[in-house]
Ligand binder design. Sequence first.
Ligand code: NAD
Ligand code: UDP
Length: 339
Amino acid sequence: MGDFLLVTGGAGYIGSHTVVNLLERGSQVIVLDNLCNSNDAVFDRIDSITHSQAVFVKGDIRDRDCLAKIFSTYPIDSVIHFAGLKAVGESSQIPLDYYQNNVYGTLVLCEAMAAAGVKKLIFSSSATVYGEDAPVPYEETMPRGKTSNPYGTSKAMVEQILTDLCASDPEWSVALLRYFNPIGAHPSGLIGEDPKGIPNNLMPFISQVAVGKRKELSIFGNDYPTSDGTCERDYLHVMDLADGHVSALSALDEKGAHIYNLGTGKGLSVLEMVESFKRVTGVDVPYSFADRREGDLPAFWADASKAEKELDWSATRTLDEMMEDTWRWQSNNPNGYDG
Ligand code: NAD
Ligand code: UDP
């Protein structure tokens, strides 16, 4: 398919894996990224995997002139919008930056889209919008709940803004994709998650301990009301998540705002993740138990049936593949894109 897609944040973790899928299906891809949390070395890696190239524009989604130029230069059909800040803890320290990037940035993007007559958008939302009190599994029909940090609130606000936009103008079609916990890497080992500084998320922390960059994993809490006392999450392979965007593109033929959970439908505990990593890679991961992390919920996972029914999408990669692919990426690139 020769469609033209603008991918904001396409140099980042989920964006880069999605760009690979899009190039492989024959789309023309323009990536807009300010590289605040990524590295442009990713583009050579994407070329090596796909033998085709995305156009990279280094710029900011808040820059109206930059967006206007992109829309006047390329015949963009749809936008996949990954760009934003995503560190939950940091969002409580610098909330204005989070609302600036995530909320204001999306407003500027939508205004530029409207001006260019481009009204198809896929937005990276998060399971966090279900809030603190939702029963599991999370279903798309549940109302958004009380979020516990500015990051989560920014996602909920953008969901509402995009829903209002669709209600105001029936030409818009928007997919609000609520991601659960993406992990893993492209099976080539050429692209993967490359967090700056100390990883906030579990899987990069485990793999950095395994590769010898960090001494041990702190497991945040072992007294939760779960099977082994550690928190449970719905981990899905980032390549499955990338596939979900390709599937969602076809749903954009239908007008209005559509919400989809992208997860496996199954929760796994922190200890189960550590044990699977050890079993699959044969590498030890020393850990100790620490206090609970503020704001963590005990357990949540997706009801993933709507995406299966309406998008013909489901997460197919196994936990073993998630572990193997994480380790291939981390062991081949101990310092991420810096070598
Ligand atoms: P990431 O940080 O790797 O990618 C985001 C990219 O956006 C980065 O390359 C960054 O440089 C770029 N960016 C940030 N602000 C920008 C701006 N103002 N203008 C242009 N580029 C900008 O993060 P990711 O894990 O790939 O996440 C992608 C999206 O998915 C984010 O919106 C995130 O909130 C959302 N999400 C991620 C997860 C997860 O676990 N990774 C879960 C739920 C939702
Ligand atoms: N976690 C942990 N140690 C870490 C990082 C995460 O025990 O160094 C736990 C965390 O408490 C949560 C799970 O791993 O229960 C997943 O955390 P992550 O930050 O990856 O995802 P999220 O909490 O955003 O779902």
